[in-house]
Design a protein around this ligand. Structure first.
Ligand SMILES: NC(=O)c1ccc[n+]([C@@H]2O[C@H](COP(=O)([O-])OP(=O)(O)OC[C@H]3O[C@@H](n4cnc5c(N)ncnc54)[C@H](O)[C@@H]3O)[C@@H](O)[C@H]2O)c1
Length: 261
């Protein structure tokens, strides 16, 4: 068990990737705080984990709100007396044209996807530093590395997650608190359900990466366990891309690898 006795907060734990991370952490012996803005979804997931014999608590929180992020960490400390791992996974995306983005859209995307990880980390860091042990994982995206049309605010926020990770890792130098980013590609979670199931985009988007399928939330959970555990004790300020090679190579239309029959 690689996370035995560790206390982990997972934001967005009511969603696809967050829940997969909660399950993987619990299986590795962590006590898991399943957090989400949706109280019903995080309670449901915490209940399933408890019914399976794991230690888990639901704490509803809006990561974009300073007092809510502070309350999330306070509730974790009162439930389990520590916060060892924070996964800043909560996220949301607005898809509309550049000129259709209102200031409110822009601010919402930055608040949830970039300010949220900062607020949750800032609430947890004093406890991690006092303990001289901690681990923060920020969930970015392929949009942290590549522009995509109709997602201007989301792409800007997710790009910022890389800088936030690096800057926090630098600020935490020498304190045994590591900070890293996981950058998922196309994952068939509720976030992308409509695209994964659509006849127009389901197969076509799967074919865009080098593995040739949609990723599953479990594909992300394994990397989260690695980054949260001592297996990655020399890794900080870094990022792991889990996107089937989507960022590694592009084909032109009709250009397929030539192989003997
Ligand atoms: N699914 C993908 O293809 C994909 C690709 C790249 C990056 N990501 C990132 O992965 C993370 C998880 O996404 P997912 O695929 O599991 O999506 P999801 O929609 O299944 O889950 C996201 C969760 O975040 C919660 N949330 C939204 N706003 C919140 C807020 N203000 N405070 C707290 N919780 C909030 C939602 O209620 C939801 O349960 C997100 O950061 C997303 O941007 C996903």
């Amino acid at each position: 068990m690689r996370l035995k006795g560790k206390v982990a907060i997972v934001t967005g734990g009511g969603g696809g990737i967050g829940y997969a991370i909660c399950k993987a952490f619990a299986s590795e012996g962590a006590k898991v705080v399943v957090s989400d803005i949706d109280p019903g979804k995080c309670e449901e997931h915490a209940t399933v984990l408890r019914d399976a014999g794991h230690e888990a608590t639901a704490v509803a929180a809006d990561v974009s709100c300073e007092s809510s992020a502070d309350r999330l960490v306070a509730a974790t400390l009162s439930a389990y007396g520590s916060v060892d791992i924070l996964v800043n996974n909560a996220g949301a995306r607005i898809i509309k044209g550049l000129m259709e983005h209102s200031v409110a859209d822009w601010e919402k995307m930055i608040a949830i996807n970039l300010t949220g990880p900062f607020l949750c980390a800032r609430a947890a860091i004093p406890h991690m530093v006092a303990k001289r042990s901690g681990n923060i994982i920020n969930v970015g995206s392929i949009a942290s590395f590549a522009g995509r049309p109709n997602r201007v605010a989301y792409v800007a926020a997710k790009s910022g997650v890389l800088g936030l990770t690096r800057a926090m890792a630098a600020d935490l130098a020498g304190r045994n608190v590591r900070v890293n980013t996981i950058a998922p590609g196309m994952i068939a979670s509720p976030f992308n359900k409509s695209f994964a199931e659509s006849p127009e985009t389901g197969e076509a988007w799967a074919g865009e990466n080098l593995i040739g399928r949609w990723g599953q939330p479990e594909d992300i959970a394994g990397a989260a366990v690695y980054l949260a555990s001592d297996d990655s004790s020399f890794v900080t300020g870094s990022e792991i891309k889990i996107e089937g090679g989507w960022l590694a190579a592009r084909s032109r239309a009709g250009e397929i690898p030539i192989w003997p029959d």
